[in-house]
Design a protein around this ligand. Structure first.
Ligand SMILES: [Zn+2]
Length: 434
């Protein structure tokens, strides 16, 4: 009798559970968003009064005359501007350096360890999502492919974070980006970076990275602050191998020579490019190579000076830096080079790292880029660079439901409005709703 009762309980439980599950499924399956303004990232235009129908993780329909059935789940964003989730094309979520630490690299490489580093990285990655970046491209975060591990944990739902495209360790020449390390400690560098010593190494480094789950190949065309660099032949071998596996190659390159060599070797993107000449920009435009300017906003620059007791004059240094950034950015735009957004934020500005990263959009605006141009760069164009323009960085049928909303006037009050985030959805799930 007791056993029969038990069966009965189990049966009741299953019926109850099944009903609940189906009821919830029915309710959450389809959602409608009413968008007062909608950013058309592909055409760089603001549209008004659109409805977005979302079915599970994807956008099912976008239009003005979509009929919303009674009792549907509706998210009313009719007083806001709705945009595709932002993309930060240059992150290091597993690096955050204290500005007053004289040797942050040593702390990271010698004392932190993989477990602590990836746990901290997971928490920081979440701050990007909370600031409206539904996708990040993580370009060099640990020799042991912790970025691949974090990406998997986010995709399976173990931790909350943005969609990640990851490079694995940076592929680089002898010495990595650490200057003056004693020779007997050189293995520390090969723990963090993939060191290339010749063309065969270069070929194999790409195979290794693809095998371990890299989505993109990140190289250093010059190793600033270190003074070594890859040769054009090594870079050519890397590009050829990466393209064979349908992976893009992007190069850290700060000097004009480094940019020219990387572009000549066939890379797809240039990170930083602080000193690019007009002739190199022309070559980039001809070859369709994108530029990721990793500039600093005025407010972050001031924060830097608040935290660190620099000896230089703050205003003079700010003007000098911003004039250089502005000159390079506008020359690149005029040359017809595609600009992609990338914060390269790895310094501790005493705020969530994703919030500091968002300042990159403001930096471009300060340097003369138009608001809608900036937003296309950080959505559609960044997705296109990864060959994902039908799935990410756009609000259209079939794309992932990665959608954000801001309060205010993006075209006339960009710097404030972009921080006035009221809604974040990734994969059809809501993460911020104010
Ligand atoms: Zn970087």
């Amino acid at each position: 009798m007791k056993r029969q009762l038990n069966y009965l309980w189990i049966l009741c439980y299953f019926i109850l559970f099944a009903n609940l599950t189906f009821a919830q499924w029915d309710e959450s399956k389809i959602t409608y968003i009413k968008a007062g303004k909608l950013f058309d990232a592909e055409n760089g235009k603001i549209l008004t009064d659109f409805i977005i129908k979302i079915e599970n993780s994807r956008i099912a329909e976008v239009g003005k005359n979509i009929v919303i059935p009674q009792n549907s789940k509706i998210i009313d964003l009719s007083t806001y501007t709705v945009l595709p989730g932002l993309i930060d094309g240059h992150t290091h979520v597993m690096t955050l350096e204290n500005l007053n630490n004289e040797n942050p690299m040593a702390d990271k490489l010698l004392f932190e360890g993989d477990a602590l580093r990836v746990l901290r990285g997971a928490n920081r990655a979440k701050s990007w999502l909370e600031n409206g970046f539904t996708t990040i491209r993580d370009l060099g975060d640990s020799g042991s492919f912790l970025d691949v591990a974090l990406k998997r944990a986010i995709n399976e739902g173990t931790v909350v974070g943005p969609r990640m495209f990851v490079s694995g360790p940076i592929i680089i020449s002898e010495g990595g980006q650490v200057r003056g390390l004693l020779k007997k400690h050189r293995t520390v560098i090969s723990d963090e970076y993939t060191i290339v010593r010749n063309v065969d190494d270069a070929i194999n480094s790409v195979r290794l990275h693809v095998n371990y789950g890299a989505d993109i190949i990140k190289i250093c065309a010059n190793n600033s602050p270190n003074n070594t660099s890859l040769t054009i032949d090594e870079m050519k071998a890397i590009v050829k191998m990466a393209h064979r596996y349908d992976k893009k190659v992007t190069a850290h390159a700060t000097t004009d020579l480094a940019v020219w060599e990387a572009v000549t070797a066939g890379v797809d993107g240039i990170e930083h490019g602080y000193q690019i000449s007009d002739s190199t920009l022309k070559l980039m435009a001809e070859k369709g190579v994108a530029l990721v300017p990793t500039d600093i906003s005025e407010s972050l620059f001031h924060k830097l000076y608040d935290i660190v007791d620099f000896q230089w004059n703050r205003e003079k240094a700010l003007k000098r830096a911003k004039d250089r950034y502005k000159d390079r950015l506008l020359r690149a735009i005029n040359a017809g080079v595609t600009i992609l957004t990338g914060s390269d934020n790895y310094l501790d500005f005493e705020m969530p790292q994703g919030e500091a990263a968002k300042n990159i959009l403001v930096a471009y605006h300060e340097e003369g880029m138009k608001p809608l141009q900036i937003l296309s760069s950080s959505t559609y164009l960044s997705a296109k660079f990864m060959g994902k323009e039908n799935e990410l960085g756009t609000i259209k049928k079939g794309a992932y439901a990665d959608i954000i909303a801001v309060k205010g006037d993006l075209e006339n009050d960009f710097s404030n409005t972009i921080f006035n985030l009221v809604f974040v959805m990734k994969n059809g799930e809501i993460y911020v709703e104010k």
